[in-house]
Design a protein around this ligand. Structure first.
Ligand code: CP3
Length: 375
């Protein structure tokens, strides 16, 4: 029977509820799949819509177009979720840093923040004001999906946003933000505290606008030492989860720290429902460590999609058997899909996950234990 985690929504609000079932580790018929950056440059229809928009930020800021792009991969493939088309850098943009995203250059801020005065001058944006275009895109996408699959809303982690805001774009060695971390840690904490409040308000507003699952991308947590990760990233991830969970009927939350293999246990006790894994992590071992607490999302190497179809199916089979029987696995890539991926290979992947996962959801556990508990 279809389920929805939000009591205000009729039970039939999501026709395909595999993602929500897997996140809550409830029995289901097949493993759900969606892909990070599933709406993006590998799809010719995305490139066409972006061309019409003129540039990436106009695409993000025009709810009709953002909604159109959100639905493109859902129209083409049997994916089990839609992810809002937007970007993690909308928050710093709304804080006044002046974002532009250029092909081949990546994101750039006109006004990066580095000094105490610049950090203290930042405000926490009201999501229904300067970020209203994102909330409108959520409302429109939710309506256009008409309950076919759940809609995932998202934000960047405070630490990951801080790296872009301090570096002024995509840094290579994180010299500036790490400089702040070692030389003025209290100032960095001021920035992270502000960002945690901004991210929490933004995610709550997305849930109110209709996002049924929330994901936090901590793309650059993995560049930190273990103790710096705890102090500068994990602590703020936990604050965001606690803030989101303080709302009535909060949606399930997925946390993803790229390069976070060593920190899965502390991530799993933040109160999130699921932990995203990059491709370097072993699904079976991770399930043994934390599978009784959280669901796991991942973790095919995105470059596996360059391989011929038979090899893609073999990789799917290896990952499914690594997770094993029962609910609690959301199939995904270990990071975003590459722009030159062949869309037909994505079809092979999606169909293989559905077809090959059925035997893992027969409901009959060989050992007779709860499907999601593995010792
Ligand atoms: O997953 C989806 O389909 C939803 C849309 C989405 C985008 N960015 C669209 C996008 C999501 C979830 C993001 C998150 C995001 N953005 C992250 C976290 C995830 C990750 O990849 O680690 C980060 C770090 C960013 C910041 C960002 N935005 C970068 C580094 C870039 C340049 C990337 C590149 O390959 O050029 C962007 C731009 C961006 N965001 C694109 C897309 C589809 C490409 C821009 C274009 O169309 O020209």
């Amino acid at each position: 029977m279809p389920i929805d985690t939000r009591p205000g929504i009729p039970r039939a609000a999501v026709k395909n509820d595999r993602l929500i079932r897997a996140l809550l580790r409830r029995p289901l018929d097949a493993t759900p799949i969606w892909l990070m950056r599933q709406a993006g440059r590998y799809l010719p229809e995305y490139r066409e819509t972006r061309r019409r928009a003129g540039d990436f930020m106009t695409l993000c800021k025009t709810p009709d177009l953002a909604c159109e792009v959100t639905l493109q991969p859902i129209e083409r493939f049997a994916l089990d979720a839609a992810i809002l088309f937007s970007d993690i850098l909308t928050i710093p943009d709304a804080m006044g840093l002046g974002l532009s995203v250029q092909e081949g250059v990546g994101p750039r801020f006109e006004r990066p923040v580095r000094s105490a005065a610049e950090i203290r001058a930042l405000g926490v944006p009201d999501p229904e004001d300067r970020l209203r275009y994102v909330m409108d895109a959520v409302r429109q996408s939710r309506q256009a999906l008409a309950g076919r699959v759940p809609l995932i809303g998202f934000a960047g982690s405070p630490w990951t946003l801080a790296t872009y805001m301090v570096e002024g774009g995509s840094g290579r060695d994180f010299r500036r933000v790490k400089g702040l971390m070692f030389e003025a840690p209290r100032l960095l904490h001021e920035l992270l505290d502000k960002l945690a409040r901004a991210v929490t308000a933004y995610l709550k507003a997305q849930a109110e606008a209709g996002a049924q699952v929330l994901m936090v991308f901590d793309t650059w947590g993995g560049v930190l030492s273990t103790h710096a990760y705890e102090e500068f990233s994990l602590r703020y991830l936990a604050e965001v989860v606690a803030g989101v969970k303080a709302a009535p009927a909060p949606p399930p939350v997925i946390l993803f720290t790229k390069g976070g293999a060593g920190w899965i246990e502390p991530i799993a006790v933040t109160g999130c429902e699921a932990v995203g894994l990059d491709w370097t992590q072993d699904l079976a071992a991770t399930r043994r460590r934390v599978g009784h607490r959280v669901a796991l999302q991942g973790n095919l190497d995105p470059l596996a999609l360059y391989a011929p179809p038979e090899r893609i199916r073999a990789e799917v089979s290896t990952l499914l058997s690594s997770f094993g029987t029962g609910s609690g696995h959301v199939f995904n890539l270990g990071h975003g899909i590459e722009p030159d991926t062949d869309p037909e290979h994505v079809r092979v992947l999606v169909d293989a996950v559905h077809e090959l996962s059925v035997p893992y959801h027969s409901g009959v556990e060989p050992s007779g234990v709860e499907p999601c508990r593995v010792e």
